[in-house]
Design a binder for this molecule. Structure first.
Ligand SMILES: [Zn+2]
Ligand SMILES: [Zn+2]
Length: 357
């Protein structure tokens, strides 16, 4: 079929919405009509050439929609099902999937190169994270479309596909925050604000939100941070306010300096969790002697979540108001205004711009 997709032809060029050719869903695949797709910071990095994508590419990986057609052998979904897209293929047979850690599936890939159902004038189009959801329709394996029955509006539900799950899960799954603990969240974009909410729901007693942008600190306070701080000289400040350091620090920036700050502000035996995406060549220096104090440093991807287990639960927290989605979306725009949306996200003060289809 023909559909409309936003093509990124090169880093320095605006998106062009063009008619593209989309193959019918094959064995085990489904076609999803996209209803809403958030603009995640990883989309900006990919557009800037910092991720492994091949231009021309269709970005977009934080989407909700409805099943429109199913291919042969699809048993888990049917036409009309509401779904949220997931970027782990959950292959079921790699070592990560065999351990039940589908967020570590070896099939996760930022690029699908020329392998995929989408083409423009005979030229195959890459799809970021195997999804390419800045498009009216996508064709994906059934494992990457997760049925979620929810009353959440689509412009909120789509965030479960990436930012909310990544941040919320980093707090409740990877860090496994326990009641009464002290938590610092470094970086208060969409992921950081979801981590703050995860810490709050897990029962953290004090949540330090650290960000250079005042507007973000204000929002952090609105979703559960108890103390908001600028990152300048923040380590001694947090250590002094907690006597021995926080139980847990969650880094949501992706810079070496904030990763070091996260490690240096945790107590002996505490956990530093890195969620932010560094450059591929970055190396992290930490004082190795501090490992003798049983300080722990861990990465976190996709909030250590299992989309088929966790998406519906996260949506339910949104429905009950425990997880505040409304404060995470600053603006919705029609799909046609994708370039304006990217410009707003790049300006920095917005948590999320969501495109509606
Ligand atoms: Zn796998
Ligand atoms: Zn994302």
């Amino acid at each position: 079929m023909k559909t409309q997709a936003a093509i990124a032809h090169a880093s320095d060029k605006p998106f062009v919405i063009e008619e593209v050719e989309l193959n019918d869903p094959g064995e085990g695949e489904v076609r999803v009509k996209i209803a809403a797709c958030g603009i995640c910071r990883s989309d900006l990095s990919a557009l800037d050439g910092k991720e492994t994508v091949e231009f021309p590419v269709v970005l977009g990986h934080e989407a909700a929609g409805i099943i429109e057609a199913i291919g042969a052998g699809v048993t888990t979904l049917k036409e009309g099902d509401d779904v949220i897209l997931s970027w782990t293929p959950e292959c079921g047979i790699c070592s990560g999937c065999m351990r039940g850690e589908v967020h570590l599936c070896s099939g996760i890939n930022m690029t699908t190169g020329s392998q995929g159902p989408l083409s423009l004038g005979g030229i195959p189009l890459d799809r970021f994270m195997g999804l390419g959801a800045f498009s009216e329709h996508v064709v994906v394996p059934q494992s990457m479309a997760v049925r979620v029955v929810s009353t959440l509006p689509v412009e909120h539900a789509c965030l479960i596909g990436c930012g909310v799950t990544t941040g919320f899960g980093a707090a409740v799954n990877t860090a496994a925050v326990r009641w009464g603990e002290t938590v610092a969240v470094l970086g208060c974009g969409g992921v950081g604000l979801a981590a703050i909410q995860g810490a709050r729901i897990a029962g953290a007693s004090r949540i330090f939100a650290i960000d250079p942008i005042e507007q973000r600190r204000i929002v952090a306070g609105q979703v559960g941070a108890t103390v908001t701080l600028s990152p300048v000289d923040v380590v001694p400040l947090v250590r002094a306010m907690t006597v021995a350091g926080v139980d847990c620090a969650i880094e949501c920036v992706g810079s070496i300096a904030t990763m070091q700050d996260a490690f240096n502000m945790i107590r002996d035996g505490g956990r530093a969790i890195v969620v932010g995406l560094p450059a591929y060549t970055d190396l992290l220096d930490i004082p190795a002697i501090m490992l003798l104090r049983e300080k722990k440093l861990s990465g976190s991807i996709y909030g250590s979540c299992s989309p088929h287990r966790d998406f519906a639960k996260i949506a339910a927290l949104g429905e009950s108001g425990k997880l505040n989605f409304a404060r995470l979306v600053d603006k919705t725009r029609p799909f046609a205004e994708i370039n304006e949306g990217f410009a707003e996200m790049r300006a920095g003060s917005f948590t999320r711009v969501v495109l509606k289809f």
